[in-house]
Each structure stands twice: as structure tokens, then as C-alpha cells.
Design a protein around this ligand. Sequence first.
Ligand code: B12
Ligand code: SF4
Ligand code: SF4
Length: 342
Amino acid sequence: MLDLDKLNLLGKELNFAAIGALKARQFDELLPILQKRAEQKRKTVFEEQQTEVRINPFLLMDTAESIIVTATSYCDESSVFMENKPRYAGELARFARGLDYHQVVHYQLKELAEKLQKLELDISWRAFVDTGPLVDRYLAAQAGIGIYGKNNCLIIPETGSYVVLGYLIINKPIQKSVGGPRPLQSCDGCGKCQRACPTKALEEPFQVNPSLCLSHLLQQKETIPHEMRKRMGQRVYGCDVCQEVCPHNENAAKTKESKMLEIPRLPWIDAAHLLTLSNREFNRLYRSRAFGWRGQKIMQRNALMALGNTNDPGAITHIKPFLHHQRETLTDMARWALKELS
Ligand code: B12
Ligand code: SF4
Ligand code: SF4
């Protein structure tokens, strides 16, 4: 029978920063948290909308016995060369800098499943990274691999929070894996993240308010509220402020997974160049990046906003062609950016 010790060894071999497991069960205790979030209108379009589906792994695999939860670090900025910074640099948060983490973690989980199949031949499995219906951080916390930060991120002891989570549902029990609900554990609560958040999206500790969170506003399709645009600075995808100030990330361990470094980790993309790309060119250049799935139009909207925040009138020539674009979100942002620069 598989056990946690064996799993830990496999986790090390496969370069996970942490690995754990829990018995498959219905997570009824999550209901009040999810219901409160729905009442506060904090559900986003990026998550499963049906609450029952968020708490029930048996809807994903009716023979589920265990859930193996993994964390993969994306921390390593050693290949960043400041001298290559373009004049109009659109900033990317760390999770979006290298090869798309969905690809990397799916690859790792598949390797893990194949190794498990060698140990127990008739194993069935399903792998999820980010886009699955269950609540990834909750699974990780229940598997005992991390604690919640007041910044809402899951912190892995001695690694930090610059990790992405994945899980494998399997039809086999794992000895010594976690059974019933365990209490939510948290950081010591220094509050640096709450004070540093540029929009006060973390007023309620351990929870983020998506309508204020810059990371959410950059990803969603709708018009970005005017009062939030200045606060975006040069960002075009993601926000790291509440993790950068966290003491748990001061000595964050570097990733051991070489795929995270397989293509250069770009801390920025050239915002002016992004505005010249056709859809096809955008996909060719960026489809393998974590922001690629969001597509050319949303990234161009974000690039226009970043140019509007440069204080550099030289950016005007790059913005002007968008004043007559067929897409209203782009013309609206171009008008705003021009106003900021004139
Ligand atoms: C929707 C979504 C977002 C939305 C909304 C975020 C949110 N907090 O809900 C937006 C776009 C804002 C977002 C932003 C980011 N995201 Co996101 N996101 C998701 C997604 C798809 C669903 C999140 C979800 O279900 N939320 C529902 C709430 C109820 O769950 P929760 O976020 O885990 O909240 C927990 C706490 O509130 C805790 N809790 C509640 N009350 C209390 C009380 C106490 C005392 C304690 C201790 C805890 C506690 O319980 C909840 C249940 O786990 C997940 C992937 C997934 N399928 O789960 C990724 C995921 C959470 N995101 C991830 C990442 C990397 C990010 C960013 C760091 C990206 C970036 N750099 O911009 C930011 C971080 C912003 C932040 N400070 O949280 C990672 C998190 C990795 C980590 N170390 O935590 C995930 C897990 C994706 C993955 N598989 O790796 N994200
Ligand atoms: S990701 Fe940025 S905007 Fe969102 S909660 Fe953290 S610091 Fe605030
Ligand atoms: S900055 Fe402080 S309060 Fe915020 S997550 Fe880190 S340790 Fe917790």
C-alpha cells in the first residue's frame, strides 16, 4: 500500500517543493466560507460557480480514495538581465514569467502518476492545476503542506508562498494520509501584506476582495474602473506586492524544477511591441506563457494602461492607433491613456 513516506520520496525525486495527501471526502466544512464569499459578491468567473461541485471530489472521480496535493516553486529570478529592459516595460508577476505553470505542473503530476502506476498497477488518476473545481489552497492546507497567510496565499514552511499548487485524485488509499478536517493554520500575522496592498484588498485578513485586487482586475474582461487605473503602475499581468513584503519570502527557496526555467523568465514584456501584434503573432510569441490564455486583446488593454501610466509623452504614438479600434474596451483605455499623458 502507498504511504506518505514513499510519497515524500517521490515528491523529492520529481522536484516538488512540498507534497502531501488526504483521504477523499466531501468538504462540508468549507460551505460557510464559500457561502460568505458568495454573499459578499466575491466569486470570480475564474472559479467553479456551483458550490456543491467545489466541495465534492467524488463528482470528479466516483472511485476516489485519496487526493495527493503538491506545491511547485516558481522562485528564481537569477536569469533576469536588467540591461534588456525595454523603454515601455509592462511588468509581469513572478507566476507569469516563465513557461506556463499549468504545463509544468501537469507534466510533474503525470510523471508522479506514472511512478505510482508502477507501484500499484491498477491505479486510476486525474490531475488538476488551477482550473479544477476544488479549492486548491484548502486541499493543500488540509494535506498539511502549508499555512494561510493574511495575504490569502498559502505559505509552505521554509519555501515561502511563491508556489503553484496541483492535485492528483487517485482510486487508492494512502497510509498515514490526513483523515478528517484539520483546523486552519495561519502565519504569525505581522500585517505587512495588508499595509502594503496598494488597494486595501486585504482588509479582511486571510481573504482577498477580488473587486479591489489588481491581479483580478488585470485578468477580467470588463472595463477596469477609472479609479484603479493609476494604481496599476506598469503592471500588465498579476501583482506580487503582498507576497514581496512577506517575511516568509525573504529567503524563499529557489525552484528545483528545471522546467520552470526552460524558457527565459521575463519580468516584463515590451508594452509598445505588444500593441503591434496580431492575434496570431501574440499566440506564436506568448501562448506558452502563463498569461497567454488571456489573449491578445486583454493584454493590449493592459499595455495601453501601462503606457498611460509612464508619464512619457513618447508613448503617445503607440496609443493613438487604438483610438479607432473596433473593441470599446481598447478605445476607452486608449482615450484614458492619452488624457493621462497630455
Ligand atoms: C479565483 C482565483 C484568483 C482570484 C481570486 C483570489 C481568491 N483569493 O479567491 C484572483 C484573480 C484575485 C487571484 C489572484 C491570485 N492568485 Co489565484 N486563484 C484563483 C482560483 C482559480 C480559485 C480561488 C478560490 O477558489 N477562492 C475561493 C476561496 C474561498 O478560497 P481561498 O482563496 O483558498 O481562500 C481561503 C482562505 O480565505 C481561508 N480562510 C477563510 N477564512 C479564514 C480564516 C482564517 C483564520 C484562516 C487561517 C484562513 C481562512 O479559507 C479559504 C479556503 O481555502 C485558485 C485555483 C483554485 N482552483 O483553487 C487560484 C490560486 C488561489 N491563485 C494562485 C495565485 C498564484 C494567485 C496570485 C499570487 C497571482 C498573482 N501573482 O497575481 C494572486 C494572489 C492574490 C491573493 N493575495 O490571494 C495560486 C495560489 C498559490 C498560493 N501560494 O497560495 C492558486 C491556488 C492557483 C494554483 N493552483 O496554484 N486568484
Ligand atoms: S495581489 Fe496586489 S492588489 Fe491583490 S491583494 Fe495582493 S497586493 Fe493587493
Ligand atoms: S506579511 Fe506577515 S501577515 Fe502577511 S502573510 Fe506574511 S507573515 Fe502573514
